[in-house]
Design a protein around this ligand. Structure first.
Ligand code: APR
Length: 254
């Protein structure tokens, strides 16, 4: 794959790399993306089922059409080489932070310690009435929609369309984008703001923007320095192998 060696060289020379990830990095873990081939939004209308007004208006339908299947899929999903590759870059001291749009928790499962969950997390549910919280994996969904002891309906702590990005996440993500000298943009269509603006912030601060995606995106021509056309797992394996060669042949500091 073209540009894998260049990416390894850029990462080896970087002092502060950051990653922005999207649904594409979890496709090889069996979690469908939202857009493009096999995308969830090709089957259901996000404004009908993934908007906060829809959840308030008809929580049972949102549970039946969207949340129930998400829980079934995420309960068994495991990290793939894309996630473990980024975790390895963190262990090597190269990658400092992952800004993820994903709610599947697979970066943390892969060992990444510095992640910003830009769209919240599916790992926890909150009661829409009393705000009580429960870990999703312990939630009994034999009755839909599942209810809290107070009678309120549980909802995942993900950011639905029409809700704001948690202010802390926004501030930390902007800071990460402004601090990095390399940004890996992995598996995102870059269609949703403000997440898709993080590479622009990094670019404006002089960072090298490296896309990893089988397809081109809105960033490819105007923001990215280059794209590695491929699947996240395969590309990360290639980058890590090239990086290890660079590091093993680097002159030892006398
Ligand atoms: N490896 C890398 N990238 C991949 C792979 C793969 N194996 N398979 C698909 N992709 C790419 C697709 O080409 C596409 O560009 O991943 C991207 C997935 O795009 P989306 O489905 O739009 O996901 P994302 O960019 O994360 O969406 C952003 O939209 O609906 C909201 O909240 C949701 O966080 C999500 C946000």
């Amino acid at each position: 794959m073209e540009n894998v060696l260049q990416a390894a060289k850029d990462l080896a020379a970087s002092r502060h790399a950051v990653a922005l990830t999207g649904a594409g990095i979890s496709v090889e873990s069996g979690i469908p993306p939202f857009r493009g081939k096999g995308g969830l939004w090709e089957k259901i209308d996000p404004m009908e089922y993934a908007h906060i007004e829809a959840l308030r208006r008809n929580p049972e339908a949102v549970w039946r059409v969207l949340i129930q299947d998400m829980k079934t899929t995420l309960d068994t999903a495991r990290p793939n080489d894309g996630h473990t590759g980024l975790a390895q870059l963190e262990k090597m001291g190269i990658l400092k932070t992952i800004i993820t749009q994903n709610v599947d928790g697979l970066h943390q499962l892969a060992g990444s310690r510095h992640t910003i969950e830009f769209h919240g997390s599916f790992a926890w549910m909150r009661c829409m009435n009393c705000s009580n919280r429960i870990e999703t994996r312990y939630l009994d969904i034999s009755v839909i929609p599942p209810r809290c002891a107070c009678g309120g309906i549980w909802r995942p702590e993900c950011v639905f369309f029409g809700e704001e990005i948690p202010p802390r996440c926004l501030i930390d993500s902007k800071h990460a984008a402004m601090s990095c000298d390399v940004m890996l943009v992995v598996g995102t269509s870059a269609e949703v703001q403000p997440a898709a603006y993080m590479p622009v912030i990094a670019k404006n601060r002089g960072a090298t923007i490296i896309e990893i995606n089988p397809e081109k995106t809105a960033l490819t021509r105007s923001v990215s320095d280059y794209i590695i056309r491929g699947k996240a797992g395969e590309v990360m394996n290639g980058i890590l192998s090239a990086l290890n060669q660079i590091r093993s042949s680097a002159p030892v500091d006398g």
